[in-house]
Ligand binder design. Sequence first.
Ligand code: ZN
Length: 199
Amino acid sequence: MKKSDPIENFISLLSKIPGLGPRSARRATLFLLARKEFLLLPLYSALKNLVEDVSLCDTCGNISVGQTCKICMDPKRDHNIICVVEDVSDLWAIERAGAFKGVFHVLGGTLSAMDSIGPAEINISLLERRVSTQDNFQELILALNATLDGQTTSHYIADLFNGKNVKVTSLAKGVPIGGELDYLDEGTISAALHSRKDF
Ligand code: ZN
């Protein structure tokens, strides 16, 4: 069997990364090959470490070095408040804001009728178990995207805990900080009106 060209093979793999088309992948490959010692070899070992050491936290589904992620192991965080997010990138966004001191649950996707993704395909059963086994559980915050699938998933999760004495909240939707009403779409304005609060 003919061995595939390592350069073409690398370019074709690299071009699968979102934001990197074949053209950028070719440029990046040449850039790396021209810097074998300083960049290609360190990248090689960094990739090896990613493959060998990083997996999913067995509590929350966050990416983690080791079985349990740093957030789940942190005794200073409030483990009785769980914020549910679709993806690790959403968890990172909330962490960057630095305003949340609870813990997370990463679903790894949303329910989607179009893509035939049901509850078994995302990390929901573990969430049910986490909430039901916690003695002093306080609040489940649904921080899913304001897309159709995100909202379907939020309703599904809220229904799961309906009547189980669990407080379920969701992020407020509406006018962004620094936003001008004139520039917002109708959906955002009506969501902002619905989630208005006392001044
Ligand atoms: Zn975790």
